[in-house]
Ligand binder design. Structure first.
Ligand code: PLP
Length: 440
């Protein structure tokens, strides 16, 4: 048990840059989520493999991986070389290329539900297109999301549960509220929120309202809510109910796709979505996403449902996707990643058990959540109403030990192929010390 004083890493250069950046960028950053507080916001100099370095040259073993994309590790030479070759092709042409067919074939081979494929630039765009397609196909406008799910930064997805103003003892469900100012109130008329792992609730909703519901949008592993995981039985019940009531099942695999298995979470849970969305891991960080699904639904593109975009299937991103997917399909990269994740979790368990700290893991070893409770939460309300102060304090100490996870428990721990024995050693030594400092 280490009794030394906590080390506080200097963020002097990041802090100075923050003050400068604030004069030109709201919150001093390019995305709200990259702001961690005035003296805690980190600016990155570079990343390589499973590590990143900040402006102050602090190195970190990184388990955020840009919110998941760097599945092979930062600056992977195989993918970057492919991207360079993609650059030679010339960018975008407002015309098709042979490479997009190649990528579509690869995705169809890996994911049985992906009978046809289209590309987008981001997860948000892919999910937006999936929702529009489901609406075009069914002629209905409503849709269901699960509490705690995140599907991107577009108005129809920016709704959440008002758990802060909800009484956990009551028999009611938390109210649905916009996640952001600027989300039009009128959108409320179209959205229904359901609790995860409660098939009876969904059945009752479909019985009453399915005539107006086009789509059910779900992440079986909630990648933005500590990897809370749906029971496979629940996912299969959702599949059955969607079939019964003619609702298009959209499985959002933006985070789980090409990460938890070659065929994504659908293959692990034995379900086939009608439509599914991919992004993050498919190009090791290059900007591309995919929307894929049932042929009869996908063929509505071109028969009345709009889809496109100037930068769609950009030659650089597509070349990166083809190479990344080739590696993920044809090498044991995913087994290496899951194996590392499992060893890390076992190592963490040994440390926690030695101190009598009750804990559990959720999700998948390649994107796992850590809880200081006997069992992981079953839904968003369980998570929101549990005490995560130990996690938050520990995360701060971990950063000072050179191990970077999200400052709160919302993001899972993402593992990449480049996380090696050295990373594991740093992580477990840092974890042990961070836990001790948190107990003290
Ligand atoms: N869907 C899920 C499940 C996500 O996790 C995210 C992003 O984290 C998105 C959609 C949106 O993707 P993007 O940030 O690429 O727009």
């Amino acid at each position: 048990r280490a009794n030394e004083k906590p080390v506080k890493r200097s963020l002097a250069k990041s802090n100075a840059h923050f003050r400068k950046a604030l004069t030109r960028l709201p919150l001093g950053v390019a995305s709200n989520f990259r702001y961690w507080g005035e003296d805690k916001t980190i600016y990155v100099k570079r990343g390589k493999g499973g590590r990143i370095w900040d402006l102050d040259d602090n190195g970190y073993v990184d388990y955020r991986l840009g919110y998941g994309p760097a599945i092979l590790g930062y600056a992977d030479p195989r993918v970057d070389e492919a991207a360079r070759q993609g650059m030679e092709v010339g960018g975008v042409f407002a015309l098709g290329t042979e490479r997009e067919y190649e990528a579509a074939c690869r995705i169809s081979r890996m994911v049985p539900a992906a009978e046809l494929v289209r590309f987008s630039n981001s997860g948000t765009e892919a999910v937006m297109a999936a929702l529009r397609l489901a609406r075009g196909y069914t002629g209905r406008s409503g849709y269901v999301i699960l509490e705690g799910g995140y599907h991107g930064l577009f108005d129809a997805a920016l709704w959440t549960s008002d758990v802060d103003n909800w009484d956990p003892g009551s028999k009611t469900y938390p109210a649905l509220i916009p996640y952001s100012q600027g989300v039009p109130e009128i959108g409320r008329q179209l959205i229904h929120q359901a609790p995860m792992n409660d098939a009876d609730y969904l059945e009752d909703l479909f019985k009453r309202r399915s005539g107006e519901i086009a789509a059910m949008l779900m992440e079986p592993i909630q990648g933005n809510c500590c990897a809370i995981t749906a029971d496979p039985d629940y996912v299969r019940a959702v599949r059955r109910l969607c079939d019964q009531y003619g609702v298009v099942l959209i499985i959002d695999e933006v985070k789980s796709g090409f990460r938890v298995a070659r065929g994504g979470i659908q293959s692990l849970m034995g379900v086939k979505a009608d439509l599914c969305t991919f992004a993050k891991a498919m190009a090791n960080g290059y900007q591309i996403a995919a929307l894929a699904g049932r042929e009869d639904i996908m063929r509505r593109f071109g028969r009345g449902v709009a889809h496109g975009g100037t930068y769609t299937a950009h030659s650089v991103a597509l070349a990166a996707a083809n190479k990344t997917l080739e590696i993920l399909e044809e090498t044991p990269a995913l087994e290496t990643i899951a194996g590392y994740g499992l060893r890390m979790q076992k190592g963490m368990s040994r440390i926690l058990e030695a101190r009598g700290i009750v804990h559990s893991f959720s999700g998948h070893p390649s994107m796992g959540g850590l809880f200081f409770a006997e069992k992981p939460p079953r839904n968003y309300r369980d998570w929101k109403t549990s005490d995560y102060s130990f996690y938050d304090a520990m995360a701060q100490h971990l950063h000072d030990q050179g191990v970077l996870c999200e400052p709160d428990s919302r993001e899972p721990w993402f593992v990449c192929e480049a996380h090696d024995e050295g990373c594991l050693e740093t992580t477990l030594a840092g974890f042990e010390r961070a836990v001790d400092l948190t107990i003290d």
